[in-house]
Design a protein around this ligand. Structure first.
Ligand code: CP
Length: 322
């Protein structure tokens, strides 16, 4: 029942979305998956729309999958990164966006190192703004694709036990997952060194495990996060080797679990640090499925923010089909 769900101008995070809106995005992503399996991967849903992908931070998965999503919906797209643009000369975010709007754009997808940058921009320009990761705040499309991947494998998210393991403190992926999973009725836990668990996370209704063995005993799904060394300005862990010894997700640890555990990782992975290769490439890993789902989820978000109706998604994907 997605027909009556409405969306605002922007997607800056999952904190403010309702369970119905999140479910509608996942439901619209479902039929869009098939477009990427076609020989000609294109439908006209966003024909005539112009989208700027404004990436102030490095990205492989998010940037490429937004661009594929836009192209598969027939939008015109432009990519801007710090290197080679006037961002390097010190132009500020709003001036950059206003100059792009002077060229008549419709949407901005933004990744930025500062928490709140997407919301800041959304309040100042009329174009739709989609947050592709802002500092330590949110990465909504990552959490949506994580939820779609769990739903694909285990059915409903309600009542599922998901533990996010690793550097929770610096992680926008963790924050968006916590908001999204709780809204859809999952039980959520976090696990990591005390230095990397944010104060007050328990107040959100999230369990905290200090030992990864306890997390493995409890969870049906582990979402394993990398140590964000680029955001750490102090010694949060004694060493990467020590982190792997105490918190690394290894085959030996998973063999002691009372059930099979679905393994997610948003990437990029530090193999041998937070996750061992046998697990990352093992039978319960859905890490590459997450990447595949990323395109469909981003297509769904673009389609809905452009005014597409959730109950027209199936029809939209059939248009122009020979
Ligand atoms: N998961 C994720 O955001 O990966 P990228 O940094 O490669 O986009």
């Amino acid at each position: 029942m997605t027909a009556t769900v409405e969306f605002g101008k922007d997607l800056t995070g999952l904190e403010r979305l309702t369970a119905e809106q999140i479910t509608a995005i996942l439901d619209v992503a479902e039929p869009f998956k098939e477009i990427s399996e076609r020989q000609i991967k294109k439908v006209p849903a966003l024909r005539g729309k112009t989208i700027v992908n404004l990436f102030y931070e490095p990205s492989t998965r998010t940037r490429v999958s937004f661009e594929f999503a836009e192209k598969r919906l027939s939008a015109d797209t432009v990519n801007i990164s710090r290197s080679g643009s006037s961002l390097q000369k010190g132009e500020n975010l709003v001036d950059t966006a206003r100059n792009l709007e002077a060229m008549r754009i419709d949407m901005v997808v933004i990744r930025h190192q500062s928490s709140g940058a997407a919301e800041f921009l959304a309040q100042r320009i009329p174009s739709n703004v989609i947050n592709a990761g802002d500092g330590q705040h949110e990465h909504p499309t990552q959490a949506l694709l994580d939820m779609l991947t769990i739903r694909d494998n285990l059915g409903s998210l309600a009542g599922r036990r998901v533990c996010i393991v690793g550097d929770i403190l610096h992680s926008r992926v963790a924050r968006s997952n916590i908001w999204g999973l709780l809204k859809l009725g999952a039980e959520v836990a976090v696990c990591g060194p005390p230095t990397l668990i944010p104060h007050g996370v328990g107040d959100l209704g999230v369990r905290v495990f200090k030992r990864v063995e306890e997390a493995i005993e409890w969870a049906e799904i582990l979402n394993v996060l990398r140590l964000q060394l680029e955001r750490m300005h102090a010694g949060y862990v004694p060493s990467l080797r020590e982190y792997n010894r105490v918190f690394g997700i290894s085959e030996a640890r998973l063999e002691k679990a009372p059930r099979d555990i679905l393994i997610l990782h948003p990437g990029p992975m530090n193999r041998g640090v937070e996750i061992d290769s046998h697990v990352a490439d093992g039978p319960h890993s859905v890490i590459l499925d997450q990447v595949t789902n990323g395109v469909a989820v981003r297509m769904a978000v673009l389609y809905l923010l452009a005014g597409g109706s959730p109950d027209r998604a199936e029809a939209a994907k059939q248009e122009d089909r020979s």
